[in-house]
Ligand binder design. Structure first.
Ligand code: GDD
Length: 412
């Protein structure tokens, strides 16, 4: 049997996703019409002999309860949320729930970061991992040298694929091959994590010999049960014939900013063409709107036949789009109203917001601006843009009403 664990983090993380993460945890923000965490979960469906999926985080349990029960029903597979009492780090969190994770006596454990967007080639990773015969195999990808320093950089043996060297977010360039945050391990990973904590406790006891050093330990060191997968496990175990790499040539992005989530929405919509074409709007029929490129429209949304939607638009439940409206490169969340002849481009429109007649929410975002703070326009929950108002490259916090046009502003 195999189990999958998805690390979802907690409310102290995901602050860059404000104002959207005020309303719901970052892992539940929709990309291509489905919560961010839905994409790795549905990829897990393709793992042979999968017994359980666990989401581990330190968000309040209630925030995930509804989603976890609906996705369990949909997949006919148990999905459980396990709440840490405090952050234990990406490996420490896994270790904290080792007894529950081992209940089904799995031979393999997948570990996925929830904030990555990729094709999750999990079945092929499992095959490669079994062939390598190590304790763990990680998904890796080549990126440009400038981008690499934002991630874990690594060196792998070109013939055996063994992980030879690993450095987390190095200051000087090591390699353009990076860690994708998708792993498969044998249960031996638990002893490796335990060794890190035991060593740390040992060092702490030694240091207590001198009270000055003990004070330093207390103020500076990391608690023994806080274990980071990258620095504490991958770096020291590189080159010891225990860890291997599996390179993907598909798409991969890390979802740290709302701007990137527009790009990820686009990538997942494109993937639907192969995996779930029924989720894409065809625009067939005389009573439906004009659809351009890849577009997701929730069945409960009402889109006027004279509206033009796409490419890359995701329209969630109960959205109303009026006559003559134009939507390009955007995510429209539940219960939004886009009135007649309004335009939304390069923007995310929060739940229950409304965009007035002849108004615009837009950003002059070219590819590559996505990471800039005001690279896209974001309207928080329940924002009202009155008629004939233009909002450009701006972030608007929840419950605001805009009756004048704004550009490159953060409206608090
Ligand atoms: N449950 C739980 N508890 N989850 C956590 C905790 C924790 O204490 N700390 C982090 N996470 C989750 C995050 O939500 C995220 O999904 C994942 O673990 C990794 O987060 P970080 O440890 O903050 O690392 P990062 O995202 O900056 O970078 C990691 O992932 C990159 C790929 O996306 C590193 O492993 C990089 O090397 C890698 O390139």
């Amino acid at each position: 049997k195999v189990v999958a664990v998805i690390m979802v983090g907690g409310p102290t993380k995901g602050t860059r996703f404000r104002p959207l993460s005020f309303a719901i945890p970052k892992p539940l923000i929709p990309l291509a019409g489905q919560p961010m965490v839905h994409h790795p979960i549905s990829a897990c469906k393709r793992i042979p002999n999968l017994a359980q999926i666990y989401l581990i985080g330190f968000y309040d349990e209630r925030e995930f309860a509804l989603y976890v029960s609906s996705i369990s029903n949909e997949l006919k597979l148990p999905v459980r949320y396990l709440k840490e009492d405090k952050p234990h780090g990406s490996a420490g969190g896994l270790y904290y729930f080792r007894d529950i994770i081992m209940e089904d006596s799995p031979s393999h454990i997948f570990l996925l970061n929830c904030d990555v967007c990729c094709s999750f080639p999990l079945a092929s990773m499992l095959e490669a991992h079994v062939k390598y015969g190590g304790m763990g195999t990680m998904l890796v990808i080549k990126v440009s040298a400038e981008l690499a320093s934002e991630f874990g950089e690594l060196v792998a043996d070109p013939t055996t694929n063994e992980l030879l060297h690993y450095t987390e977010k190095p200051e000087t360039f090591v390699s353009d091959l990076i860690n994708c945050g998708v792993y498969i391990f044998t249960p031996d990973i638990f002893s490796a994590i335990q060794d890190v904590s035991t060593n740390r406790e040992g060092r702490a006891n030694l240091r207590r010999v001198s009270s000055f050093e003990a004070l330093q330990y207390a103020t500076r060191s990391i608690p023994p049960d806080f274990v980071r997968l990258d620095q504490d496990i991958l770096s020291p175990l590189a080159g010891k014939k225990q860890l291997y790499t599996y390179e993907t040539n598909d798409f991969w992005e890390q979802i740290k900013t709302p701007g990137i989530s527009l790009k990820c929405s686009e990538l997942y919509l494109a993937q639907y063409r192969h995996t779930s074409p029924h989720l894409l709007s065809s625009g067939d029929g005389t009573r439906s709107a004009t659809i351009v490129g890849d577009v997701y429209i929730h069945p409960s949304a009402k889109v006027h036949p004279s509206a033009k939607i796409g490419p890359n638009a995701s329209i969630s439940a109960n959205v109303r789009v009026g006559a003559g409206a134009r939507l390009i490169n955007c995510i429209i969340l539940d219960d939004v109203e886009i009135k007649e002849n309004a335009v939304v481009i390069n923007s995310i429109v929060g739940w229950k917001s409304s965009i007035g007649r002849w108004s615009r929410a837009q950003a002059s975002s070219a590819e590559g601006d996505y990471n800039k703070k005001l690279g896209i326009t974001i309207l928080g929950e329940a924002v009202t843009v009155e008629d004939e108002v233009v909002v450009v490259n701006s972030i608007v916090l929840p419950n605001k009403t805009l009756n004048v046009s704004v550009q490159e502003e953060i409206i608090l």
